[in-house]
Each structure stands twice: as structure tokens, then as C-alpha cells.
Ligand binder design. Structure first.
Ligand code: IMP
Ligand code: MG
Length: 187
């Protein structure tokens, strides 16, 4: 059994109410910017974006479809990405001539998204933009243009609201910072 979340939590970084308030703002901005757009499609990157996607789409008034893609990075430690991306599950639908908005949980080095952008751009969407809930801006190694950002956060390992620690705790309604001492004890 994994430890209870409160045993790993150092502090709550973004509480549930603050998350929902910001997601509403993002949804309003997206609805304004894409007003009148046909063929809007939200593409969630599994699995971290699942909670964000489900809340964000309910705040978007422009008709849209959704699809998901599961990707992983090669030859990495659990918490670092090389950006050598492998597609585990591809989109079910074509994005050609569609307006695609990628929905991501967190951008760290930017390497994963850089590869995803390259991959999807080759399929000739009408437009391709990124909406990320969290941005660890100071960790960026490759430039990534973000159309929508929920929160810029400091370089600490976070969990909850879709983000996992060894696959657990995605269900928490808030974003928490892990107590490094507790993680070492637990592993
Ligand atoms: P990047 O390629 O370095 O930008 O890695 C982004 C991916 O790393 C995200 O999609 C997450 O899956 C993961 N990640 C980065 N930072 C964290 C974190 O603090 N908590 C949980 N997952 C993270
Ligand atoms: Mg992810």
C-alpha cells in the first residue's frame, strides 16, 4: 500500500478552489479566442491531463471534440525526461485542417511537448497551440510557446490533480508539494 497522501505532503501549493477559479478563467479566454471556430479539438496528454481536461472542457463554450494521446520518454529516470518521445497510444481522429489545442498538466524541460508539437505539426492542423495547467518555467531547456498557462510554479516536485507520484495520488483535488524526506522514507 502506498502511504496516505498527507504523509507525503509538505504543503498545499494550489488549493481546489484556486484551481477551479483559474480554470474558469482559462476556459473563458479560450472561448473568446476560438469563438466562431469550427473544428476545435482538445488533445489531452495522458495521463496527467485527465482531471484538467474534464474541468477545462466544461468551461469552454465553443463546440469542440476531444482526443487523447499517451506518450513516454525513453531511457529516463522517473522524474527526468530526455525528450526522446515514444507514442504509446496515438490520437483516434485526424487533426488535418482542425484547430488543435493541446492540454497538458505540466511543462518542465519542455522536451516532451517539443516532440509532440513536431509530431502533430507534420499532420497539418489548421492551428496548433498549447494550454498547460502548470509551468515550471525556470526548468525550461527548449523554448516552447505557451498560449495558455494556469500557474507558473517553482522547481519543486508536485502531485495531485492529475499529477502522480509513482502513479498514485492523481485523484487529489489540489496540487501539493512533496516532502522530500517522506518520499525517501517511503521508498
Ligand atoms: P518535460 O518533458 O521535462 O517538460 O516533462 C514534462 C512531464 O514530466 C510532465 O508531463 C509530467 O508527466 C512530468 N513532470 C514534470 N514535473 C513533474 C512534477 O512535479 N510532478 C509530476 N510530474 C511531473
Ligand atoms: Mg505528463
Amino acid at each position: 500500500m502506498p502511504p496516505a497522501w498527507n504523509e507525503l505532503l509538505d504543503h498545499v501549493l494550489i488549493d481546489a478552489e484556486t484551481l477551479q477559479r483559474r480554470i474558469k478563467e482559462l476556459g473563458e479566454a479560450i472561448s473568446r479566442d476560438y469563438a466562431g471556430t469550427e473544428n476545435l479539438m482538445l488533445v489531452g496528454i495522458l495521463k496527467g491531463s485527465v482531471l484538467f481536461m474534464s474541468d477545462l472542457m466544461r468551461q469552454i463554450t465553443v463546440p469542440h471534440s476531444i482526443d487523447f494521446m499517451d506518450i513516454t520518454s525513453y531511457g529516463v529516470g522517473v522524474r527526468e525526461s530526455t525528450g526522446d518521445v515514444r507514442v504509446l497510444m496515438d490520437l483516434h481522429s485526424s487533426i488535418k485542417d482542425r484547430h488543435v489545442l493541446i492540454v497538458e498538466d505540466i511543462i518542465d524541460s519542455g522536451r516532451t511537448l517539443e516532440q509532440v508539437m513536431r509530431l502533430l505539426e507534420a499532420r497539418q492542423p489548421a492551428s496548433l497551440k498549447i494550454c498547460t495547467l502548470l509551468d515550471k518555467a525556470e526548468r525550461r531547456e527548449v523554448p516552447i510557446e505557451l498560449a495558455y498557462t494556469g500557474f507558473v510554479i517553482e522547481d519543486k516536485f508536485v502531485f495531485g490533480y492529475g499529477l502522480d507520484l509513482d502513479e498514485y495520488y492523481r485523484n487529489l483535488p489540489f496540487i501539493g508539494v512533496i516532502d522530500p524526506a517522506a518520499v525517501i522514507e517511503a521508498s
